[in-house]
Design a protein around this ligand. Structure first.
Ligand SMILES: Nc1ncnc2c1ncn2[C@@H]1O[C@H](COP(=O)(O)OP(=O)(O)O)[C@@H](O)[C@H]1O
Ligand SMILES: [Mg+2]
Length: 466
């Protein structure tokens, strides 16, 4: 049989073909087929070796379900409550976490900061952390550690990217936590392709994962994101790990938000908030206050909203700018709110209330880099749009909570009381709420006025009162 001259591998799913395709026949991604060397024997044997690494030495046995023992997940605190919350209450021993984010967002900073807390002895004695960096030199790491004030007698550093040299060091040191910065720089010398390629990322990740699963070492891997915002390398990487955390934020602003998109040991609804400073990342334990800080007062197009991020209510501000368009079709830009949701609300307001949004450009923004994906923000979005088109400000002490339906009706929201009490805590005096949530409850809450609305046709005075 003739061996093919080269193979094309999809950088998303790892599917290989002998001919080039614009669209991957397996996962359907566009422009991801990359030309590479044909699979040679060393590669096959490397893959076989890594499977061998995973295979346990004992014989497999079948267990009856009710004889299974309840596992005792031991968690260690990372020293940062915000990160612990996203992880589901701390780092589970023996788990594998992938931390992804854009360059410069603060992944290395965060991991170096938590590594000293992870060294703190727990009930079972001293704990060792090994920080493997394939990106920075020892000098750079020391400099950063000095700036962040990180010390730790049981924190070890290894600047190496060849896994065949890293694994023996892990075996020698027996660390409790291994931090891999980053998985895209790691390579296995037995594989012909370049670091960061699908095969390399998969094989090197597998080597660390087998350490975690067989020996109970917790592994935190840094993953780069590609231009589209996905984790670079094979999609399978996300399926191989226990938790995938995304670190996001705006480059020019100091707030950073960490969220879980997969977590085998906790909920994926929680977010953690940090602020980047010279001394590293600081936790923002009161996100609402931080997000509302310095909000413009008495300006049209602004409206406060309360959304649930996991178990926590967070108050943010929605800003809208509606201006006459000079394009054949009006422009719509949305930052922090789902684009389709914005279009839906614009359509409802145009059809039901007769506002002429179709001849106006509309821009929406959520202050502080928060991404709102909750329908409970609809009412605030609608109010900010109307406030902007009419150029009449919404009162600063007013906040709106509620979902809008296609007929213009205002639907009830979940976690009503939590949202209202957070709004009251932050000093809002007038709270617009769905009438269905209120039922027969009193029209005030801790001194704040609750204004029930049935639909967007209700006439409410939202202007500032002196
Ligand atoms: N004095 C400083 N020196 C270097 N970086 C700083 C300093 N103060 C703040 N930073 C921040 O640290 C960030 C670098 O974070 P880093 O952890 O290296 O990111 P990542 O590992 O995600 O690429 C910079 O983008 C910058 O915002
Ligand atoms: Mg880094």
């Amino acid at each position: 049989m003739k061996t093919p001259k080269s193979v094309f591998t999809c950088s998303e799913c790892g599917h290989t073909t002998s001919k080039w395709y614009g669209k991957c026949p397996s996962c359907g991604a566009w422009n991801t087929m990359e030309e590479g060397e044909p699979i040679v024997e060393t590669q096959v044997s490397a893959a076989a070796r890594s499977i061998k690494r995973l295979a346990p030495e004992y014989e497999s046995e079948v267990v009856r379900f009710d004889e299974l023992e309840l596992p005792d997940f031991i968690r260690s605190t990372t020293g940062m409550g915000e990160l612990d919350r996203v992880l589901g209450g701390g780092l589970v021993h023996g788990s594998v976490v992938l931390l992804a984010g854009e360059p410069g967002i603060g992944k290395s900073t965060l991991l170096l900061q938590i590594s000293s807390s992870l060294c703190e002895p727990t009930g079972s004695g001293e704990r060792k952390v090994l920080y493997v960096s394939g990106e920075e030199s020892q000098g750079q790491l020391k400099l950063r550690a000095k700036r962040l004030g990180v010390t730790g007698k049981s924190l070890y550093v290894l600047t190496e990217s060849n896994v065949s040299r890293i694994i023996p060091q892990i075996d020698k040191l027996h660390p409790d936590v291994v931090i891999v910065d980053s998985i895209q720089t790691m390579f296995d010398e037995h594989i012909a392709s370049a670091p960061g390629s699908v095969t390399q990322v998969r094989e090197t990740a597998l080597a660390f994962i087998s350490k975690a699963k067989n020996e109970g070492v917790s592994v935190i891997m840094v993953g780069h994101v590609n231009k589209e915002g996905g984790i670079a390398g094979p999609k399978v990487l996300e399926h191989m790990v226990d938790a995938v955390l995304y670190f996001e934020g705006e480059k020019l602003r100091s707030y950073r938000i960490i969220r879980a998109i997969k977590n085998r040991f906790g909920s994926t609804n929680e977010i953690g908030m940090f602020e980047m400073s010279d001394c590293g990342l600081e936790e923002v334990t009161n996100p609402s206050e931080a997000l509302l800080e310095g909000r413009p007062k008495g300006v049209s197009g602004n409206c406060a909203v309360c959304v649930m991020e996991g178990t926590r209510p967070i108050i943010a501000e929605v800003q809208a700018l509606v201006a006459q368009t000079s394009y054949p079709s009006p422009r719509r830009t949305s930052n922090g709110i789902d684009y389709n949701r914005m279009c839906l609300i614009l359509a409802v307001l145009e059809k039901r209330l007769g506002y002429r949004f179709s001849v106006n450009d509309a821009y929406l923004n959520v202050i502080g880099g928060l991404h709102i994906d909750e329908p409970a923000a609809d009412l605030a979005v609608a109010m900010s749009l109307i406030s902007s088109i009419r150029d009449e400000p919404v009162a600063d002490d007013l906040i709106a909570i509620g979902e809008i339906g296609l007929a213009g009706e205002c639907r009830a929201v979940q976690n009503f009381e939590q949202r209202v009490s957070e709004a009251v805590r932050l000093g809002f005096r007038r709270i617009i709420v769905p009438a269905r949530n209120l039922n027969r409850r009193p029209l005030s809450f801790d001194g704040a006025e609750l204004i029930p609305v049935k639909s967007i046709f209700d006439k409410i005075d939202v202007s500032p009162k002196d």
